[in-house]
Write a protein that binds this ligand. Sequence first.
Ligand SMILES: *[C@@H]1O[C@H](CO)[C@@H](O)[C@H](O)[C@H]1NC(C)=O
Ligand SMILES: *[C@@H]1O[C@H](CO)[C@@H](O)[C@H](O)[C@H]1NC(C)=O
Ligand SMILES: *[C@@H]1O[C@H](CO)[C@@H](O)[C@H](O)[C@H]1NC(C)=O
Length: 372
Amino acid sequence: MGSSSSLLPAMAAVALHFLLLSPAAVEPRAVSTAPHRRYDAIFSFGDSFADTGNNPVAFDWYDIPDPVTRPPYGITFFDGLPTGRNCDGRLIIDFIAQNLSLPLVPPYLSHNGSFRQGANFAVGGATTLEPSFFHADDPPGTSQLFPLNTSLSVQLSWFDSLKPSLCSTPQDRSTVPRVRPRHDPTVGPGRRASALWPTILSPARLALEVYKGFFQKLIGDGATTVVVPGMIPSGCSPPILVVFADADAAEYDAATGCLREPNEIATLHNSLLLDAVEELRDKYPDVAIVHTELFDHVSEMVRSPVKFGFRKDILSVCCGGPGRYNYNTQVFCGDEGATTCKDPSKSLYWDGVHLTEAAYHYIADDWLRAIT
Ligand SMILES: *[C@@H]1O[C@H](CO)[C@@H](O)[C@H](O)[C@H]1NC(C)=O
Ligand SMILES: *[C@@H]1O[C@H](CO)[C@@H](O)[C@H](O)[C@H]1NC(C)=O
Ligand SMILES: *[C@@H]1O[C@H](CO)[C@@H](O)[C@H](O)[C@H]1NC(C)=O
């Protein structure tokens, strides 16, 4: 259990999280007291930051125990019942659904019912690239399970299998233009060079090609609003701070206590993603491609915890095992020996890389301003 659960946070740090909002059909109503609804459905792709209940099913395929199916997951909302969310309560996508007067987006793998108002394909631990990319260097004889077969392309195949059952016929966008060659993302104004970039540039570029293919496919299927957040500042994540603890103080940002290099990787990823977003905006002027912030929001919360009502030891997790940052690679939230803070709304980090409902609420309010 320890070995598999300790992998989760590191995997989840490869954050991907996309929302596809489908606009409300123009349906004149003579008399309507219902609140104005801008969107008819939400389709979501990503990892544990967006997963509303798929991971228990996916983990079960491989007989992997899943810590999020136990208390105290869900203590803040959902009547204290674990729902498969990596959180004490609601995720960003839940706040968005509630705010748009839509049902909480049902998890594709476990929901037995209609998906007409949306489906969530996000799975905790999911990756942009195929598992084979990560398993290529596994030593022979090892049976490394993560990443599971839940990559973005797999999530897209689930979406495809659902499409015939969704009521409206997607708009015909059969003439999706081909991707133009791009400029070199390492050069150009405002880009800070990092010694680390050459080593991660290649996988980051591969991921970007996957994102672009992914967006083009969804736009071809009729998407008119696509919400694209970047990555979290992983150098501030307690599991990263524990696993990559460094004796050299220069490796840390003195103002925040975050590790510099992982944050630089996230910054590189995010700047490549923004390039892709801008390229797609040029190409599809009729599609709203909304870029939303995750990195800056979390960074701001780490810098100014009191402003958000958070405790000053902002880098400690609310629920975890004994150790620095209240994070322990062997004792995970929900395990015997783990503790839960008295008031999760005073914490930024819930169980590791994942944030508390309180933090997600702040972020959701900002994203809502961008999409409503
Ligand atoms: C799914 O829902 C239907 C109708 O509500 C029910 O008959 C069926 O048993 C359910 N299936 C599962 C696997 O729960
Ligand atoms: C991964 O999942 C997809 C979609 O469900 C399936 O088509 C494919 O065969 C799976 N691959 C492996 C290696 O299990
Ligand atoms: C939805 O979010 C917006 C932006 O944060 C906020 O102004 C509004 O009050 C929210 N509405 C509901 C019904 O939650």
